[in-house]
Design a protein around this ligand. Structure first.
Ligand code: PLP
Length: 297
């Protein structure tokens, strides 16, 4: 496995970063998770745009132009020969000293990892998952914009811990006003009376690229889609609930805080959207040369 680390491709065991890296010391940096489907990198431009916008927002200079870094991501995928994989692209503030001051970091550290991934066991896509809502709140958008995909993931880690304590695989966090925001690393959709709703970004949700792909698909299929705040009550009484994310893709939710959603099995519309999503990911994307195409099932 080849890992891109600051201008070089190195073997996994040699991919090491200083303990003075400010990503490590302070969670100071940005990242992206991107998927390769059948040799195509899905919505690559959207991911790269989000990375560069996140970096701009926190005044982090990425030491490559967006075109250069895009090319490096393609090269890392190609070098690893994987046609279905997950790409983790991390840019930290760089190596500095123990002080917080980011201006002591001379150059950002850039890492690209490509490896196979399955986030939930396959059978859960057939059965759907149970989730809970948790005490951890999404940070306020005026404090740190939820649009910034930063290395500060403590809220999300705490959500995962609360999910484990409740014996479920995922959980939803609310914002400080009690509106439903998102999962630990995925967006949430509810379907009620034929309308598909997802929280708007300002509620405290990352504007997920899978979320936006689902909005596109739902519009194409003629659903009424709205970005609208909703509460736990709306989730409990929804006809269907599902989560979306680069790692999770589209996964049905069949129980929330002990309330069964619909018939307690993945809903028909969720299945339709998942099917359309799976079709879209193999048709769209930036083609990577020199790796087998068309293997995705
Ligand atoms: N919300 C959070 C907090 C995330 O980390 C992610 C994962 O990237 C998502 C939502 C889903 O976004 P995307 O579909 O772009 O992966």
């Amino acid at each position: 496995q080849w890992i891109f680390l600051n201008d070089d491709f190195v073997k996994k065991e040699d991919a090491k970063i200083s303990v003075y890296d400010h990503g490590f010391l302070y969670g100071d940096g940005v990242f992206e998770g991107i998927r390769v489907y059948s040799g195509n990198i899905f919505r690559m431009k959207e991911h790269m745009d989000r990375l560069y916008q996140s970096a701009k927002s926190i005044m982090l200079t990425i030491p490559y132009t967006q075109e250069e870094l895009t090319e490096l991501v393609v090269e890392t995928v190609s070098k690893n020969g994987l046609s279905d994989a997950y790409i983790r692209l991390v840019v930290s503030r760089g190596t500095g000293d123990l002080g917080l001051d980011p201006y002591n970091c001379k150059r950002a550290n850039t890492v690209i990892i490509v490896e196979p991934l399955s986030i939930f066991p396959k059978h859960l896509y057939e059965t759907g998952i149970d989730i809970v809502t948790v005490a951890t709140r999404r940070n306020r958008p005026d404090v740190l914009s939820p649009k910034v995909k930063s290395l500060n993931y403590l809220n999300n880690v705490l959500v995962k811990i609360e999910a484990h304590l409740a014996n479920v695989s995922e959980a939803l966090m609310l914002n400080d006003q009690g509106y439903v925001a998102e999962g630990s690393a995925d967006n949430v959709f509810i379907l009620k009376n034929g309308k598909l709703l997802t929280p708007p970004g300002y509620i405290g949700a990352l504007e997920g690229i899978t979320r936006n792909a689902i909005i596109d698909i739902a519009n194409e299929l003629g659903y009424e889609v709205r970005e609208e705040p909703f509460t736990r009550h709306d989730v409990y009484t929804a006809d269907e609930v599902f989560l979306t994310g680069t790692a999770a893709e589209v996964i049905a939710v069949v129980k929330v805080d002990g309330r069964t959603i619909g018939e307690g099995v993945p809903g028909e519309e969720t299945k339709k959207l998942l099917k359309a999503f799976r079709k879209k990911v193999v048709e769209e994307g930036v083609k990577v040369e020199n790796i087998p195409q068309g293997l995705h099932v």
